[in-house]
Design a binder for this molecule. Sequence first.
Ligand code: ATP
Length: 244
Amino acid sequence: IDREKILDIKNLHFSYGPIKALDNLSLHVHKGEIVALLGANGAGKTTLLQTISGLNSADSGEIIFKDESITKLSAEKIVQRHLIHVPEHRQVFSTMSVLDNLHLGAYHHYQKTKKKNVVQEIEKLFEIFPILEERKDQLAGTLSGGQQQMLAIARAIMSKPDLLLLDEPSLGLAPIVVKEVLELVKNLRDQYNTTVLLIEQNVFASLKISDRAYVIQHGEIVKEGSAQELLRDENVKEAFLGHA
Ligand code: ATP
């Protein structure tokens, strides 16, 4: 793995009024890595992704993306730098076809380039997501939950992310589908070298596909390590892996 830091967060603070959600939080992600964020409900994981993508404005600290500070940039400007956030609760355009959803994902990136490239890009994606090809003319709202999540991720890939923030991609999915969606995330990294920062309640399944992970508690990083190390860590096992 290339050791270049694509994302470097330093001493980040963010509060919702009196509620401290991020407390002097620092972390980094190397180019091409999959990094998991672990932590109980309310630990601050979603707030962190929202602050990286400009939906929240940090109270202090710094967010460096591709060697430039994005701390003060608007969400729109951050998207233009190819930092793409796929929020919790899959957001596909349910009254549009699968294919049109994918075309929309390409909109920002390709408006200046050729339509032919978009078609080629979609064909390449269909090799990874064959189910989306089978259903390409179907309205997105008629897909299963797992398929909608795959579409949300595929659409994000159409915008050529240098960093993909995924907030609980397997929320509400059956265990077997969870595994499938996470395997797809790994395939995408392997095929596109996309860097991924991932929130996932399924700690075991997410560590299986991740290179490294951070544990957040009350807005602070309390542990970090390779996925292998964390899978063996007694405290992590006790806190998250239960007796599963
Ligand atoms: P979950 O997995 O439940 O989403 P999380 O780790 O993503 O948890 P956050 O949603 O980031 O945690 O929440 C961090 C803290 O901020 C919690 O104490 C939460 O109650 C609080 N919080 C989150 N969103 C808001 C909001 N819009 N207004 C006020 N407080 C909020």
